[in-house]
Ligand binder design. Structure first.
Ligand code: C5P
Length: 295
């Protein structure tokens, strides 16, 4: 029987860079949330080998693919297994939505089930950290704080239910380029716990004041049009922030009227995806059909 794993997108509600590290990475404190918008992986057992196929022909299917790397990590530790993975991409690339990292985490979760490896959450997180800074978060999903280079996860046992609009530009941004363009600035006074409280209270003004991303300035320096788009949305009264290293901007939709009003403000060439906050989706919780995202 093939297995389905959902690889959800994320947004960063808050991202602070605390400094550059000796290993070239940046020390982070970020508040992340998974969304009801996902890629889908179908995993089928094979006697041996890793076979990967994808509906997006632009994606490399070789060893540089994070799904392939995740499967290789497990076959190295647990020889004698094989798999065919069909990856169905929906999450845009280089958007700061964590698509590749989420695919890798979904592969670890899926193979743990398919091959009945019995790996614990802690073991999966350890493996995930070898694949990329964001991958451990996607093993857990929901609302969580990530520290270190992003691999130290503190899950927050809070289920916030917000509608969110993703504004995907017609260009992507390479994560490494955005981090490289970052310069130390005075630390903002806002901390993630203030934002978490504001979200729980649905305190619109406090939410607006608390959304923060230290990667906005470098991303806006690389792509000044993003600053213009954000500026126009803020003038319209929308809480808007760059997700991760971009290029996607997201807008928290606090009322139904907001969602209707936003449609008229989407710049030409930008894709609008309307979705919701969501804890980790499983085959049990979400079934096999695509989550009800409006694109
Ligand atoms: O860990 P990952 O391979 O996903 O990171 C991609 C790139 O993003 C790194 O090569 C690095 O340039 C940058 N990065 C960083 N600090 C972090 C996470 C990522 O500088 N905490």
């Amino acid at each position: 029987m093939p297995l389905i794993e959902w690889a959800q997108a994320k947004i960063n509600l808050s991202l602070r860079i605390l400094g550059r590290r000796a290993d070239g990475y940046h020390q982070l404190e970020t508040l992340m949330q998974t969304l009801r918008f996902a890629d889908r992986l179908i995993l089928e057992e094979r006697p041996s080998g890793i076979e990967l196929c994808c509906d997006d022909v632009r994606l490399s299917l070789g060893p540089d693919n994070l799904v392939h790397q995740a499967a290789s990590l497990l076959t190295a530790a647990f020889p004698g297994h094989g798999v065919r993975i069909s990856l169905q991409k929906r999450i845009p690339w280089q958007a700061g939505l964590g698509g590749g990292s989420s695919d890798a985490a979904a592969t670890l979760r899926g193979l743990n089930r398919l091959w009945r490896l019995g790996l614990s959450l802690t073991q999966l997180i350890g493996l995930a950290a070898q694949l990329g800074s964001d991958v451990p978060f996607f093993v857990v999903g929901g609302l969580a704080v990530a520290r270190g280079r992003g691999e130290q996860i503190i899950p927050l046992n809070v289920h916030l239910d917000f509608a969110v609009a993703l504004l995907v530009p017609p260009f992507g941004l390479a994560t490494a380029d955005v981090y490289r363009a970052w310069r130390p600035v005075d630390q903002p006074t806002v901390i993630w716990s203030t934002l978490q409280q504001a979200l729980a209270d649905r305190d619109q003004r406090q939410i607006l004041n608390s959304l923060h991303n230290d990667l906005e300035q470098p991303a806006f320096a690389l792509r000044p049009e993003l600053a213009t788009v954000k500026h126009n949305l803020v003038l319209g009264g929308f809480p808007v922030l760059l997700s991760g290293s971009g290029s996607c901007l997201f807008v928290l939709l606090l009322t139904d009227a907001d969602a209707r009003r936003l449609h008229d403000l989407v710049p030409a060439g930008y894709q609008l995806i309307t979705t919701r906050f969501s804890p980790l989706l499983t085959e049990m919780s979400a079934g096999e059909d695509w989550p009800d995202t409006e694109i």
